[in-house]
Design a protein around this ligand. Structure first.
Ligand SMILES: *Cc1c(COP(=O)(O)O)cnc(C)c1O
Length: 380
């Protein structure tokens, strides 16, 4: 089955009770048992719920995995992955990381005795010295937020296998339309389904997809034992969102390209970070492991002025100034004053998050309106 068919039909069976073509919202906590243990496969909705189960099998299908698991948020999904580990275990992670992931690693799991190394993953041969017998997980985010660096998933997988570690990939920015980490040797693929999967900025949800039976069993155990599941209403919305993932992503990519090229040619703009440019430092990797380059990009302005960047994001009219990404509507953000304001200036500038950096999540509106809007905001 091709991707555009899988998003609509993959892993989905019509409702056995009624034949409803759309998966019903099973808004129920529990299920009738005729006699103890005599039930229809559902006992209690933390453990299993028919709406969530359908979404989980749909997600497994579109990520080319065997098992899907959904959670109350992307961070709840990451939380479940961390609970595979034990005190003393070590994790090697990308340095350029979603802020919430960095926070749960350092402010929650360090207190439980896990150790994290945040490193540049452009050359895995330089990371051998970090590995100890306690290293259990390699955590990769690609493309990264907000600098759009690309990490070679196959190289990460070889490194993980050589060192007997699991490889987890946060695939939120790419979505399964653009890349499937399990096919490149990852053990766990994670999503903030809040973003492209849901696609309509109307839910918070996380997901994991794996292939290995034992790993899936352990993660199901954690999902049920810790209980950070998502509800049936949100599961329905995610199922509905995923049905158009391929058409939305095509438009995100097409608009992303036009916006990136417009910005690159604008005299007020200094740098544009978008993996589709041939002069992007990781373009060759992006070209190999992604099917297109996506709708996320960042740029800086000439003179690197904090106030000018704030003015641009305040003057846009079609773009909306807001956190998050991946919805049908175009959003913009100013990391230095918003998502990354808590990081000291010298620290954030080391990773490229300078004062004038603006991040765009290019939506699927008519691209001419997006260009007009950016033009007037840049030139005001
Ligand atoms: C948003 C996001 C998360 C966290 O997901 P939530 O659904 O907000 O908990 C993790 N990773 C990336 C790359 C994200 O963009």
């Amino acid at each position: 089955m091709k991707f555009g068919t899988k998003v609509i039909h993959g892993g989905i069976t019509h409702d056995p009770a009624t034949g409803a073509i759309m998966t019903p919202i099973y808004q129920t906590s529990t299920y009738v048992q005729k006699s103890p243990g005599d039930h229809k496969g559902f006992e209690y909705s933390r453990s299993r719920n028919p709406t969530r189960s359908m979404l989980e099998s749909n997600l497994a299908s579109i990520e080319n995995g065997k098992y899907g698991m959904c959670f109350g948020s992307g961070l709840a999904a990451i939380d479940a992955v961390m609970k595979l580990l034990k005190p003393g275990d070590e994790v090697i992670s990308t340095g350029d990381l979603y802020g919430g992931t960095y926070r749960i690693f350092t402010k929650i799991f360090e207190d439980f005795g896990l150790r994290f190394h945040f490193v540049d993953m452009s050359d895995f041969s330089k990371l051998d010295s970090l590995v100890t017998p306690k290293t259990k997980l390699i955590w990769v985010e690609t493309p990264t937020n907000p600098m759009l660096n690309i990490i070679d998933i196959e190289a990460a997988s070889s490194f993980a296998k050589k060192n007997n570690c699991l490889l987890g990939v946060d695939n939120t920015f790419a979505s399964p339309f653009l890349q499937n980490p399990l096919d490149m040797g990852a053990d766990i693929v994670m999503h903030s389904a809040t973003k492209y999967l849901g696609g309509h900025s109307d839910l918070i949800m996380g997901a994991l997809v794996v292939n290995d039976d034992a790993l899936a069993e352990r993660l199901y155990f954690i999902q049920n034992s810790s209980g950070a599941i998502c509800g049936p209403m949100d599961s329905f919305l995610a199922l509905r969102g995923i049905k158009t993932l391929h058409v939305r992503m095509k438009q995100h990519c097409e608009n992303g390209r036009v916006v990136a090229e417009f910005l690159k040619s604008h005299p007020v703009v200094e740098n544009v970070y978008w993996p589709g440019f041939e002069d992007h430092p990781n373009h060759h990797i992006a070209k190999r492991q992604m099917r297109d380059f996506g709708g996320m990009l960042s740029f800086t302005t000439v003179g690197n002025n904090y106030e000018k960047a704030k003015a641009i994001v305040s003057n846009v009219k079609v773009f909306t100034l807001a956190e998050s990404l991946g919805g049908v509507e175009s959003l913009c953000g100013h990391p230095a004053s918003m998502t990354h304001a808590a990081i000291p200036k010298e620290e954030r500038e080391k990773t490229g998050i300078v004062d004038s950096l603006i991040r765009l999540s290019v939506g699927i509106e008519d691209v001419n309106d997006l260009i007009e809007d950016l033009k007037q905001a840049l030139e005001k």
